[in-house]
Write a protein that binds this ligand. Sequence first.
Ligand SMILES: Cc1cc2nc3c(=O)[nH]c(=O)nc-3n(C[C@H](O)[C@H](O)[C@H](O)COP(=O)(O)OP(=O)(O)OC[C@H]3O[C@@H](n4cnc5c(N)ncnc54)[C@H](O)[C@@H]3O)c2cc1C
Length: 302
Amino acid sequence: MKEIYDVIIIGGGPAGLNAAMILGRSRRKVLLFDGGKPRNRWAVSMNGFLSSDGVNPKEFIQKGREELKKYAIQIIDRPVATATYSKGIYVVDDSEGHVFHSRKLLLATGLKDALPEIEGIEELYGKSVHHCPYCDGWESRDKAIAVYGKDRSGIGQALAMKNWSDDVTLYTDGTQKLNRKDMELLELNEVKVCTDAIARVEGKDGMLQHIVLQNGKSKSQQALFFSGETTQQSDIGRQLGCEFTGKGVIKTRRLQKANIPGLYVAGDAARDMQLVIVAAAEGAKAGVAINMELQQEDRETA
Ligand SMILES: Cc1cc2nc3c(=O)[nH]c(=O)nc-3n(C[C@H](O)[C@H](O)[C@H](O)COP(=O)(O)OP(=O)(O)OC[C@H]3O[C@@H](n4cnc5c(N)ncnc54)[C@H](O)[C@@H]3O)c2cc1C
């Protein structure tokens, strides 16, 4: 007879691990798959998580996995290729062709980021090049901050970064779409503007030092923020027929429920603020909700 897990969790970042902890503590039979690519793996520190502020993201995940050992959660370090749902059972195929079954499924598969196409940026990403001011604004406080955004896309972030430094410059990288009102607003808020095309960024030990322009000039900068495109790390939500928002995240209802019976989505893959502590909290919420649904289904009634 085939083995049926209570829950299969796809994704072992903060959302998936916290869900696993709640479900393990609820004595559920849990199988967790992880592809080993948490979104913040480029970062040297994970900030804004009470009691773990500044901890290295890899160490945070390792500690979480250590803590799970006492709850007998089964972990498979392989990506899931496909998932289907039929008549109350989820069927999950891993990347090596093995098949697994469960009553409930939790997607905690996260998002991935597109970096601006600038030579040299990858070496600085997560150290002095960031996208989230709530994650890295404090570490960049009072520095010479560059904000990258083509056309008009960087205006909001440039204004927001004034919260962390008086020295903010918006780079539009060769685009000239800022109108008179934009320029007035930026000037009023003392945001400098550079519309010249960027050739490359230069730094040392991951720390940005210069933005080199195509006209040969070079600007001294110490941190760069951008707000780029994000996409789902996995297409399993689409395979299952989940509803998506216009921003490409999965729509969830109360307690992280998706539009398919027994399917839950937690963390960055779902709609909400994209922070580690929020992902972990959503994982915990989904864990409780899944356990309650299983309790209801298994309860004897008079
Ligand atoms: C550079 C950077 C720095 C950041 N810094 C901070 C910070 O300081 N503080 C903060 O609060 N937030 C920070 N964030 C945001 C934070 O990374 C996310 O909010 C958080 O990781 C979301 O957790 P998650 O569990 O939803 O997804 P993730 O952490 O992305 O984990 C998803 C996991 O699912 C796995 N997966 C995906 N598809 C499959 C599949 N098909 N099969 C099996 N496994 C799969 C992935 O391999 C991954 O391990 C940062 C983000 C970036 C990009």
